[in-house]
Write a protein that binds this ligand. Structure first.
Ligand code: ACO
Length: 322
């Protein structure tokens, strides 16, 4: 039996820091409100001209280095992103060329904040079935370019960033199970609006604006994540106390707390980075994972539960023996 194990992790955040106080100078909000309702203190914003692929490349090079591999060693690249550089080629193809990894399949997966978990769910199946031996899985977004900076209900939440992992085939798990879900009926609660002047509502980034009914999305996220946590434990015959680390999507500290409560996990066993970069969409879970691996909290052999919820709606989880 073949499994997919994480051979290395990497991440990257743009240099520019945007604080709550800076936002409070442009929209009707306060640092206190943002911290209290979301846990966010600051976020990073990509430089003009800095693209999703630029962020993805930096995170990927770090993951490859951690795995002791080079681009040419890869035979699959899957990028979770909702902010591709171009309609085509895909961000994964652009990344493949930069890393010198030509030959194997490379494609994007679009599941908004669940993008990395979806990408992981797809890539680990390639590895488990023997279709790939070494896969690069990336979550990267420049969500700041989809924001209406006059809408205080959304512009305070998001930031830019990327994370990546290298998966390699191994005789033992690795990724134990992944669970992916979607419910397309919630579209009007969370979507990106574009210019409809030319009759269709499909911009890539220019003129795009995130629209969200935050409190409704909040409730759905808490419900969906609670359900998927139970599903993941049940599928693996595990009890709540068996997980070593929860590595959640970093959208809102209160949502993270609710999921941790469901798992009966103390917050010391939950990786939280939302305070320093807000919601980086597909970048969020691998950014948090990389931080906790590099600072030594997550160790080889630890049992991790990764989860995310996002536009679509989409949600998903992965149980991983690191
Ligand atoms: N500053 C001050 N007041 C604000 C702000 C702000 N930035 N934003 C909203 N408010 C006001 C509202 O106008 C409202 O005022 P009212 O009572 O006078 O009408 C009040 O605060 C309460 O608004 P709620 O929306 O009920 O506030 P809530 O506690 O739900 O927090 C938030 C809002 C932070 C957006 C929260 O609902 C949330 O995090 N939602 C989920 C976001 C998420 O996880 N999205 C999924 C992933 S994103 C993706 O996939 C792209």
């Amino acid at each position: 039996m073949t499994f997919a194990r994480i051979a290395g992790t990497g991440s990257y955040l743009p240099e520019r820091v945007l604080t709550n106080d800076e936002l409070a100078a442009t929209v009707d909000t306060t640092d206190d409100w943002i911290r209290e309702r979301t846990g966010i203190r600051e976020r990073r914003i990509a430089a003009p001209g800095e693209t999703t692929c630029d962020l993805a490349e930096r995170a990927s090079r770090r993951a490859l280095e951690a795995a002791g591999l080079e681009g040419a060693d890869l035979d699959l690249i899957v990028v979770g992103t909702t902010t591709p550089d171009r309609v085509y080629p895909s961000t994964a193809c652009r990344l493949q060329a930069r890393l010198g990894a030509e030959g194997g399949p490379a494609f994007d997966v679009q599941a908004v904040c669940t993008g990395f978990i979806y990408a992981l769910g797809v890539a680990e199946k390639f590895v488990r079935t023997g279709s790939a031996a070494r896969a690069l899985v990336v979550g990267a977004d420049v969500h700041s370019r989809l924001l209406d900076w006059s809408d205080r209900g959304t512009c305070i939440l998001f930031g830019d960033g990327a994370g990546a992992i290298v998966l390699e085939s191994a005789p033992e798990p690795g990724v134990m199970t992944t669970h992916l879900h979607a419910d397309g009926t919630g579209e009007r609660l969370l979507y990106v609006e574009g210019s409809v002047e030319d009759g269709y509502d499909n911009p890539i980034q220019s003129a795009a604006r995130t629209r969200m009914q935050g409190n409704e999305v909040f409730k759905r996220a808490v419900r969906a994540l609670g359900g998927i946590v139970d599903q993941t434990l049940e599928a693996n015959g595990l009890a709540r106390g068996d997980i070593d680390w929860l590595v959640p999507h970093q959208a809102n500290y209160r949502i993270i707390e609710a999921t941790a409560r469901r798992l009966r996990m103390p917050m010391e066993r939950v990786v939280v980075t939302v305070d320093r970069h807000g919601n980086t969409s597909a970048g969020s879970v691998p950014l948090a994972l990389d931080e906790a691996v590099r600072d030594g909290r997550i160790d080889r052999g630890d049992l991790l539960l990764l989860e995310a919820f996002g536009g679509g709606f989409t949600w998903g989880s992965a149980l991983v023996r690191f």
